[in-house]
Design a protein around this ligand. Structure first.
Ligand code: HEC
Ligand code: HEC
Length: 343
């Protein structure tokens, strides 16, 4: 009901401000940039969501990659679909239409440059190899559509899905082989090898895939793989958003961190008890980076801000026990939604 009200409210706004918006589109200054308009003011976020077709989003995300790479691509895809379905205020975001993107890809040698928001997220933030651009870009679009409380329910699930899922999906491989994707020409039409990264990092995700597939990081196949991953993540974002409209996100994709990570988080989570390990935060798969637990065995080297030793840590056996009990406790914590406070 809430969504319906929001929708008619937004459509009302669209009708009211239509003249202003089209006026803006026409006003360009000497540099070809849009001149500062007098009256347009974007409404406060969030801008709302309406049900979208995840398979359309998969193809749109894949196309987006070809023009804007992973982060720009997933952002472009979700916002474009919202713009097509809802219209204003999504029309306020500078975003080339699908036809323009395809035309651009057909005439790449024209030298024309297309740019969208979130494009900096490419290759784990400007090729730095940190967070994969696909979840980064699409999360930014989710952030425009939904209230923050819902963003914090959906985005960690998307990240967890990213860690666990062997990409590219069967569906994406099928579209690739059947030439069902939108770009005029794809870099590969093969069914590509699949691998789960156990990590949200571009560096790990690409590295593991390359190692498994036998293709170099600069190969056309790796690039096509990332286009399909972008499509897959955009599709999952749509699936989660659709479920959100029915209040079904937790049942569709329960937030299940691994047993190991849940164990670590019984001590290492965001909190006030420095001595017990609460000097870290996060839900990433701990085991993807930490496998040497020997430091827990030795003398406790922790210093507080006051420079005092906090004493001896009780040892590995205790950790095993605590983790055993802890998994259960951590599971419960997630169930109660306390992770929403993980800021
Ligand atoms: C992407 C890799 C990565 C992941 C995933 C990861 N960590 Fe870390 N963690 C690091 C690095 C790097 C350091 C810094 C190590 C150092 O400086 O000695 C660190 C430090 C720590 C420290 C010590 C704090 C400090 O500053 O010395 C703890 C405790 C820790 N991590 C726990 C965890 C837990 C629990 C998880 C899972 C929820 C996790 N880490 C996930 C890479 C990672
Ligand atoms: C029972 C509580 C507990 C559990 C469970 C636990 N830790 Fe720790 N951990 C600590 C405490 C306390 C310290 C600080 C000890 C010190 O630095 O001397 C610590 C230190 C660390 C450090 C820093 C080590 C260093 O060299 O300074 C890392 C990394 C770490 N833990 C990772 C993990 C990971 C990963 C897991 C899960 C596999 C885990 N811990 C499970 C309590 C725990």
């Amino acid at each position: 009901m809430k969504n319906l009200h929001r929708r008619s409210f937004l459509k009302g706004l669209a009708a009211l401000s239509g003249a202003v918006i089209s006026g803006v589109a026409g006003a360009r200054n000497a540099n070809g940039n849009t001149a500062a308009p007098e009256t347009v003011e974007a409404p406060a976020l969030p801008w709302g969501y309406e049900e979208l077709d995840p398979e359309y989003l998969r193809k749109l995300g894949h196309l987006g990659y070809y023009a804007f790479e992973c982060a720009g691509g997933s952002f472009w895809a979700l916002v474009t679909a919202l713009k097509e379905t809802i219209g204003y205020p999504y029309t306020l975001i500078p975003l080339p239409a699908m036809e323009e993107v395809i035309h651009h890809l057909e005439n790449k040698k024209s030298g024309k440059h297309l740019q969208v928001m979130m494009q900096f997220g490419v290759g784990g933030v400007a090729n730095y190899g940190s967070l994969c651009g696909a979840p980064n870009g699409v999360s930014s679009a989710i952030n425009i559509a939904l209230p923050m409380a819902d963003v914090k329910t959906i985005v960690p699930r998307l990240m967890r899905y990213y860690e666990q899922t062997p990409f590219p999906s069967d569906k994406s491989n099928e579209y690739g082989v059947n030439k069902a994707f939108y770009p005029p020409k794809c870099k590969s039409n093969k069914s590509l090898p699949q691998s789960a990264s156990n990590s949200v990092l571009c560096h790990v995700s690409v590295g593991k895939w390359c190692e498994k597939a036998g293709y170099a990081s600069g190969s056309k196949e790796r690039s096509e793989r990332c286009a399909r991953v972008t499509g897959d993540i955009t599709a999952m974002a749509g699936t989660l958003l659709n479920a959100h409209m029915k209040g079904e996100v937790p049942t569709l994709l329960p937030m299940k961190i691994s047993r190991k990570t849940a164990g670590c988080r019984t001590c290492h989570s965001k909190g006030k008890k420095y001595e017990t390990g609460q000097f870290t935060r996060g839900m990433m798969e701990c085991g993807s980076c930490h496998d040497d637990m020997r430091p827990h065995l030795g003398e406790n080297k922790l210093k507080t801000v006051y420079g005092e030793d906090i004493g001896k840590w009780t040892g590995a056996a205790a950790i095993g026990t605590a983790a055993g009990i802890g998994v259960h406790a951590a599971g419960k914590r997630f169930g109660r939604g306390e992770t929403d406070n993980e800021e």
